[in-house]
Design a protein around this ligand. Structure first.
Ligand code: G6P
Length: 612
C-alpha cells in the first residue's frame, strides 16, 4: 500500500528518496512521485513503477537536500499521473504526500471550492494541501505549523502525512493518525518513512510516531508534539533489521527467497522457546498474562488474509490441544458488528506487518471493551505490537514478497507453541503427547528443507498447469486452512481463479465445476481423516478432475490415485500444515513465473493494508 520516504540533510535528497522508494516497492503501488525544495518546490510524478520516476529524475536531475517521495496505491481516483502524489497547493508553495483515507473529503472539498479553490485530481489527498493553504493564508497570525495543526483537526479519517513548504526549506512536517510513520535519526540528517526498510541503510535509530502526533523535522533534530501542541519526549528505538535481510541475495524474486528461507525462519521462531530437555514451551512475551490466558473461557482470534488462515489453524490447534473454545473473525467484519466481548475475554490478533488497519481496529475495539488483547506479529515495533497488552513475535525476518510465505509458517509455529503451552497448563494433553509434539516440532525445519530440496517436481508440474483457468484446493481438518492458503497464494500471484474448500463440502457446489480441465489439489496428510479424503479423491476422479496430491510419504493409497503427487515427510497430524503448505507455495510461484506475472508485486495488491 502507499509508501512515504523523506530526507533532510546535506546529501542529494533525490538519490536517497528514489532508493527509499525502491525499498518500499514491495508494499504494492501503482504510481510514484517526489517533491524537493531547492529554492523553489520541484515535483516529478507519474503512473507506473519507481523505475519511470527514476528515469524522469535522471533525464532532468533534481537538486536539493530536502524532499519527500511517495508510492501510491489508488483508493480515490484512478492510478494516473495527476492523481499521483505529491499534491501541491494552489499557490504552488506547499506539497504533501499522504497515506490513508480522508473520509470527510467531499464536505471539505465543497467548502474549499466555494472559497475559490480549484481541484486538479480525483484524490481525497488534495483536499488536505488546499485546506492547509486556506488556513495559512487567511488565518490571523498563524504560522505554517499552526496551519497544519488546524487543518488536521478538521480532517476525519486516517493519515500519514509529510509536508514541505517552499518558504520553509529547512523543515519537513509529518503527522500520523492510523497510518504508520517513523523518523530515522541520523547525524546532521534525518529520514522519514512509512516503514523501516528505506531507513535501515542510513541509520538504526528510529522514533515511531503514534496516532495524533506530528513532528517538525530539520537536519539536526526533530520535535514531536501532539496536534494540540503538547510537546512530547519520545523513545529512540534501535532497529533490529539489517540491510542484507531486505535484499534478494541472488534469488530472482523475494518470494522464492522467502520460501527457501523457511527452514531458518521456522527455526528462528522456535529458538529459545522449545525446552527440549524438560519438554516445555517458553514464551517470554506471554509470561505476564499466562494465568488469564490459561483460565480463558474462550478466545477470539481476529486477522486478515493469510494471517486469517493462520487464525483458523489456531482454532483447530488450540481447541484440540488446550480445549479452549476459539472463535475466528475476519477483523474487518468483527469491527462493524455486534461485539460480544468484554472483561475476562481474550482477543488474539495475528498480523505479519502489525499495521493492517482492520486488525488494528478490531484490537482497539476489544481493548476498549475491557478484553485482554494479545498479538502475534512479525514486524518488531509495529503499531499492533505496541498496542497489544502482550504477545509473541514470529521472528521470521522481513517479508518483502506481497504473497506471505515465511510469515505464515512462523505464525503457525507460534500458534502450535501457544496451544501446547496452554494444553500443558490446563492439563488438557498428556505429558507424553506434549513431549512428542515438542520434539517433533524441533524436527520441522529439517523436514521443510527436505521438501524444498525436492522442489523440482513442482517446477515440472507447474509447466503442465500454467494455463489452467481455475484450480480447486481441498483439505480436511488441519489441512483445510492450508487449502484456503494454497488457493490464495495461487490467485494472488498468478491471477488464476482458485478456491479452497473443506474436502467434503465440495459436494455442495464446487463438484459441479469438475471436469477434465479442472486441476484439483488434495491435501491428504492427516491420518485420522485419510479414509474420508480417499473417498473425496475418488469423487473427483470419477468426474475426470486432474488430481494433484500433497500426501504423506507412506500414503500410497492417495498417491496411487493421483495423477501427480508431491510427497511430504511424515509428521504428527497437527504439525502437517507446516509441511503441506510448502509445495503449494512453490506450485503457485512456478505457475506465476511461467505466466510472466510480477510475483513480488502482484497487480492491485499491497503488502501492508493500512486502509480499511
Ligand atoms: C495483505 C497482504 C497479505 C496479508 C494480509 C494481512 O492482503 O497482501 O499477504 O496476509 O494483508 O496482513 P498482515 O500484515 O496483517 O498479516
Amino acid at each position: 500500500m502507499c509508501g512515504i520516504v523523506g530526507y533532510i540533510g546535506d546529501k542529494k535528497a533525490s538519490d536517497i528518496i528514489i532508493k527509499g522508494l525502491e525499498r518500499l516497492e514491495y508494499r504494492g503501488y501503482d504510481s510514484a512521485g517526489i517533491a524537493l525544495v531547492n529554492g523553489v518546490l520541484e515535483i516529478k510524478k507519474g503512473k507506473g513503477k519507481v523505475a519511470n520516476l527514476k528515469k524522469m529524475v535522471r533525464d532532468h536531475p533534481m537538486n536539493g537536500n530536502v524532499g519527500v517521495g511517495h508510492t501510491r496505491w489508488a483508493t480515490h481516483g484512478a492510478p494516473n499521473d495527476i492523481n499521483s502524489h505529491p499534491h501541491v497547493s494552489k499557490s504552488g508553495n506547499i506539497a504533501l504526500v499522504h497515506n490513508g483515507i480522508i473520509e470527510n473529503y467531499v464536505t471539505l472539498k465543497k467548502e474549499l471550492q466555494s472559497k475559490g479553490h480549484t481541484f486538479y485530481s480525483d484524490t481525497d489527498t488534495e483536499v488536505v494541501v488546499q485546506l492547509i493553504e486556506e488556513i495559512y493564508q487567511n488565518g490571523k497570525d498563524i504560522d505554517f505549523e499552526q496551519a497544519v495543526q488546524l487543518a488536521l483537526k478538521q480532517i476525519v479519517g486516517t493519515y500519514g502525512l509529510a509536508i514541505l513548504h517552499e518558504k520553509e526549506p529547512d523543515q519537513i512536517i509529518v503527522a500520523r493518525k492510523g497510518s504508520p510513520l517513523l523518523i530515522g535519526v541520523g547525524e546532521g540528517e534525518m529520514f522519514i518513512a512509512s516503514d523501516a526498510s528505506p531507513i535501515v541503510e542510513h541509520t538504526q535509530k528510529v522514533v515511531y510516531l503514534d496516532d495524533g502526533e506530528m513532528a517538525i523535522i530539520n537536519k539536526d533534530g526533530y520535535e514531536v508534539k501532539t496536534i494540540d501542541d503538547v510537546v512530547l519526549t519520545k523513545e529512540v528505538h534501535e532497529l533490529s533489521l539489517s540491510l542484507e535481510e531486505i535484499e534478494k541475495k541472488g534469488y530472482p524474486h523475494f518470494m522464492l527467497k522467502e520460501i527457501f528461507e523457511q527452514p531458518e525462519s521456522i527455526a528462528d521462531c522456535l529458538r529459545g522457546r522449545l525446552d527440549l530437555e524438560n519438554n516445555t514451551i517458553q514464551l517470554g512475551g506471554l509470561v505476564d498474562v499466562i494465568d488469564q490466558l490459561t483460565d480463558a473461557k474462550r478466545l477470539i482470534i481476529a486477522a486478515c488474509g493469510t494471517s486469517w488462515h493462520s487464525a483458523l489453524l489456531g482454532e483447530y490447534l488450540i481447541e484440540h490441544l488446550a480445549k479452549i473454545p476459539v472463535e475466528v473473525e475476519y477483523a474487518s467484519e468483527f469491527r462493524y458488528r455486534e461485539q460480544l466481548i468484554g472483561e475476562g475475554d481474550v482477543m488474539l490478533v495475528i498480523s505479519q506487518s502489525g499495521e493492517t488497519a482492520d486488525t488494528l481496529a478490531a484490537l482497539r475495539e476489544a481493548k476498549e471493551r475491557g478484553a485482554l488483547v494479545l498479538g502475534i506479529c512479525n514486524v518488531v515495533g509495529s503499531t499492533i505490537a505496541r498496542e497489544t497488552h502482550a504477545g509473541v513475535y514470529t521472528h521470521a525476518g522481513p517479508e518483502i514478497g506481497v504473497a506471505s510465505t515465511k510469515a505464515f509458517t512462523a505464525q503457525v509455529s507460534v500458534l502450535i507453541m501457544i496451544a501446547i503451552l496452554l494444553g500443558q497448563k490446563r492439563n488438557a494433553i498428556s505429558e507424553d503427547y506434549a513431549t512428542k509434539l515438542i520434539q517433533e516440532l524441533n524436527r520441522i525445519p529439517q523436514k521443510v528443507k527436505q521438501i524444498l530440496d525436492n522442489g523440482d517436481t513442482l517446477e515440472d508440474m507447474a509447466k503442465l498447469f500454467t494455463y489452467a483457468p481455475n484450480f480447486l484446493y481441498l483439505g480436511r481438518t488441519y489441512n483445510f486452512p492450508v487449502a484456503l492458503e494454497g488457493a490464495l497464494k495461487l490467485k494472488e500471484i498468478s491471477y488464476i481463479h482458485a478456491e479452497g474448500y473443506p474436502a467434503a463440502e465440495m459436494k455442495h457446489g464446487p463438484i459441479a465445476l469438475i471436469d477434465e480441465m479442472m486441476p484439483v489439489v488434495v491435501i491428504a496428510a492427516t491420518d485420522h481423516t485419510n479414509d474420508k479424503m480417499i473417498s473425496n479423491i475418488e469423487e473427483v476422479k470419477a468426474r475426470d478432475g486432474r488430481l494433484i496430491a500433497i500426501a504423506g510419504e507412506n500414503n500410497e493409497a492417495v498417491t496411487d490415485l493421483a495423477e501427480f503427487s508431491s510427497v511430504i515427510p511424515e509428521t504428527l497430524d497437527c504439525l502437517t500444515p507446516l509441511l503441506t503448505v510448502i509445495p503449494l507455495q512453490l506450485l503457485s510461484y512456478y505457475i506465476a513465473v511461467n505466466r510472466g506475472c510480477d510475483v513480488d508485486q502482484p497487480r492491485n495488491l499491497a503488502k501492508s493494508v493500512t486502509v480499511e
